[in-house]
Design a protein around this ligand. Sequence first.
Ligand code: MRU
Length: 352
Amino acid sequence: MTITPPLQSVRWAETHLDLLDQRLLPEEIVMLPLTTVEQVWEAIRHLAVRGAPAIGIAAAYGVALGAQAATQEEPQAWLGEIRRIADYLATSRPTAVNLFWALDRMTHCAEKAAADTSLSLTARNNALLHEAHRIQAEDEEVCRQIGEHALTLFEDGMGVLTHCNAGGLATAKYGTALAPFYLAQERGIQLKVFADETRPVLQGARLTAFELQQAGVDVTLICDNMAGYVMSKGWVQAVIVGTDRVAANGDVANKIGTYSVAVLAKAHNIPVYVACPLSTIDLQTASGADIPIEERPESEITEGFGKRTAPVGVKVFNPAFDVTPHAYVSAIITEKGIIKPPFHVNLPKLFQ
Ligand code: MRU
């Protein structure tokens, strides 16, 4: 039996980009047809597509989409257009490094195409579309490998807690942190997953609980403030999360609340695993203090989902991510294997 995540969040559709509107899940399954770069930017900024790898894939297709509207026949002028598109998409969200990684890949691809003067405008544009397809296909393969490595850390009957959504919806397929759950399910290994709701946007409730339930994985939804109690009962033997950026020293930026979960896990002697592709590891960023943390609109907290739950005019702080210091991270699981501390020594080795 092969269990796969139920929905594909990013899909190229011949001439345009279809994005599953993740804001409407789990109630409605709606594909957004995007035909312009501006629409891709909006979709990323306003969370129609979210999750570090999926943001990167969507942005790569955004460049390919923008190229279709490029007017410059002359290669260097065309390259200028592509660079402007990439620079624009890079302003959509600041924390997930996969966005910048994917845009760099697309820009390098454009540079190579522009250097080959035998290529027509159409051939150059096709090269960009192929590169976006490759980024998506590679991500699917990488996620499966991450899942294989992660699964070696889990045993039948274990309880595993996850925060936010690092699943099929956040990637090309399978996810990073959720990949081992799909593989366990394929192999008849019983894991009991606890999914934090993940305030304020509820990616855990709306997305993780949704996609795991659809796949038949044993998932229990809890509010964020229940994690400590559930751990104290001995129901959780491991925590696994995704990440938006890993700094060179192993500090990890992920959805707000991850740090609290990691502190709770340490207090209960529970290992914390972080699952991510190499494209999420940013050796140029020395430590978590250097990772830009996105702040999002107050309304996500004061009137999330259309109901006011706070007094008008109250001061609000709404960071979308936090940084878990490397001392709280037991291992980082990549497509190349399980990386243990010291991370400042072992992460660079991955790129040698
Ligand atoms: O704001 P989001 O929903 O884009 O945040 C997503 C997360 O924090 C994920 O855990 C992270 O991007 C890893 S997705 C494989």
